[in-house]
Design a protein around this ligand. Structure first.
Ligand code: CA
Length: 597
């Protein structure tokens, strides 16, 4: 972790540099033209010995040094008289390990030339963002796309450092010790399991391998996989969706890590809870006994937890199957993958919280955010059956009802009940402003829902809604996001959707088809073929898919597979301004469902 700074000063009798070391315990001092310091500022979930050590080396000697001591230390450096445009160069390095490691990190900067480092950085960014090439005459769409791709690759963050012996090591937020290998942090898995990690598995498999190695280390150092790493185990959001991150990587062929260790980790996580955090499963005892987390045992957001645990159980089942685990080992997860059914109330045709005695949590309001759900309402959460839309179709009484219930989300005005939060949380306000009924794209739980018409055998409805969301809620302007970006998830939604497909069910090897945004796009990851997506007659009006050929052969399914993309398939879309109501309407056009497995 090192950076070069170039500061240009004006003409002045004295010019200054302020080093703000943050509160929570910090210190700073100078030695020659160097500044040494540390900051202990953090928001918890860390071992007691946490320090962010830093060294700043200035190419210009200091004239004066003044210091503010205390838990929030400051340093005020005075440079002698500067002329207009005078440049001071700083080399800055930090380490979570110690000053010696910060010194090693500082050496990465070499001569510290800002121009050289900038050029090296430009090449790395070009390689990174250039893995997806899009071509179009609409420059705003290109800007939005690459801004989204840029945001998608910022998380999770790598905590590891290369030591003086050239070995990769990291400060463990769990033990406070220096451990070998990778460790990644700053990702809320509740958000990012949905399509951010799947994007990595498709476009950056070389990074996925490192991330999985890092997950093995989280498990070995703390006994749990993080649900919200920041940098240790935080208490934030619900679910046990680290199982999805593990399963999707393995099932999409990522290698180079100890998958057997991660099997132990997901089994442990499904049957334990790391107290005071969201890691493992809050309420696992009741869930395993009753098949749902009851709403009356002192746990909030019980329906959201249940629905996500059921999907997570499917992930564990599929992961275990691929590892060759026995039927006995898999039985619990296979059975529990259907637990979402326990919360479906046919009276409202929605998911609902349920008490330990089996009765429903009444009074019920489909407009109520929070309560049994997490940052959403029953209209948003009923669709959290990523792995089994067919099961949900069956519960609802067939495709026609299923599609009517999907439509209803858009048709109901953006009415809401904020009584659980006792104020209008920003996610609610964003739903109101976006004005697509009760569809709330500014938060994550519903983002996959637009694609579910593919299962309802009316894919043209997905296509129309997806294009509407891409156009309305994402722009290249400073206010170009419609709500929580959340560690790349909302950006990755756009990246996938602009390519024309989306991983509704991470772990399934399939992508539901939407509507490509560009006339041409290609995806090339190391070790994969180049997937090409052509839609030459694409336009603002022509957003419906009229036909699709893959490698020259007609393809009438509402999905494509991961292996088609990684083997370098060519997708040729024919686009139209009118929906093609014959395409994608046969039973075998449906994407994956557990029920049909
Ligand atoms: Ca969010």
């Amino acid at each position: 972790m090192a950076a070069a700074f170039r500061i240009t000063y004006p003409e002045a009798e004295m010019s200054y540099l302020v080093v703000d070391c943050n509160d929570g315990g910090s210190d700073v001092y100078t030695e020659g033209n160097r500044i040494y310091g540390y900051s202990r500022y953090n928001r918890g979930s860390l071992a007691d010995n946490f320090h962010n050590w830093f060294i700043i080396e200035s190419d210009t000697p200091f004239e004066t040094v003044a210091k503010v001591e205390g838990p929030h230390a400051y340093l005020l450096i005075g440079y002698p008289k500067t002329t207009r445009g005078q440049v001071v160069n700083l080399k800055v390095a930090s380490s979570f390990i110690d000053f010696d490691q910060a010194e090693t990190n500082l050496a990465e900067l070499g001569d510290g030339s800002v121009d050289r480092i900038k050029e090296e950085g430009r090449k790395i960014w070009n390689e990174t963002l250039g893995r997806i090439k899009v071509e179009d005459s609409n420059i705003d769409n290109l800007r939005t796309f690459y801004s989204c791709l840029y945001r998608s690759v910022l998380f999770p963050r790598d905590l590891s450092e290369i030591n003086a012996k050239g070995k990769r090591v990291h400060y463990s937020p769990h033990t406070g010790e220096v451990c070998e290998g990778y460790l990644f942090t700053d990702t809320g898995v509740w958000d990012t399991f949905r399509c951010l990690f799947p994007l990595m598995n498709l476009v950056y498999p070389d990074m996925s391998e490192k991330v999985q190695q890092g997950l093995v280390n989280h498990w070995k150092e703390s006994g749990f996989l993080p649900e919200w790493a920041s940098p240790g185990h935080r208490n934030c959001m619900v679910g046990n969706n680290s199982a999805s991150v593990v399963a999707d990587a393995f099932l999409k062929g990522i290698e180079g890590y100890d998958a057997e260790e991660l099997w132990k980790a997901v089994v442990n996580g499904a049957n334990n809870w790391l107290q005071g955090t969201s890691s493992g499963r809050v309420g696992f005892e009741a869930y395993n006994e009753l098949g749902y987390v009851p709403c009356d045992i002192g746990l909030n957001e019980s329906a959201a937890r249940t629905l996500e645990y059921a999907y997570d159980d499917w992930c564990i089942y599929e992961f275990g199957k691929a590892l060759g685990k026995s039927e006995e080992e898999l039985a619990q997860y296979k059975a529990n993958a259907l637990n979402y059914k326990n919360l479906y109330n046919p009276e409202y045709h929605l998911m609902q919280g349920r008490k330990a005695d089996g009765s429903w949590n009444e009074p019920f309001s489909r407009y109520k955010w929070g309560g049994d759900f997490t940052e959403g309402n029953a209209l948003h959460y009923t669709w959290s059956v990523f792995h089994d839309p067919q099961g949900l179709i069956d519960l609802m009484g067939g495709e026609e009802n299923f599609v009517a219930n999907l439509d209803e989300v858009f048709e109901i005005p953006p009415i809401f009940d904020e009584s659980y939060y006792r104020f209008v949380i920003h996610e609610i306000r964003e739903m109101q402003i976006m004005n697509m009924g009760n569809y709330a794209h500014g938060n994550q739980p519903i983002q996959h829902m637009l694609y579910l018409y593919d299962w309802g055998l009316q894919p043209w409805k997905s296509q129309a809604r997806i294009r509407e969301v891409m156009n309305k809620f994402y722009t290249s302007a400073p206010d170009g996001y419609c709500g929580d970006e959340d560690n790349g998830q909302t950006s990755a939604w756009y990246v996938f959707s602009a390519l024309g497909f989306y991983p509704v069910c991470p772990g399934s090897n399939q992508y539901a088809l939407g509507t490509p945004l560009f006339k041409k796009a290609s995806v090339k990851a190391p070790g994969h073929g180049t997937a090409v997506i052509n839609a030459p007659d694409n336009s603002e009006e022509n957003f419906y898919v009229d036909g699709l050929e893959i490698d020259g052969k007609n393809w009438n399914k509402n999905y494509i597979t991961h292996s088609q993309l990684t083997s370098g398939a060519q997708l040729d879309f024919t686009m139209s301004s009118k929906p093609n109501k014959r395409r994608g309407t046969s039973e075998d056009a449906k994407p994956y469902s557990f029920t049909n497995e």
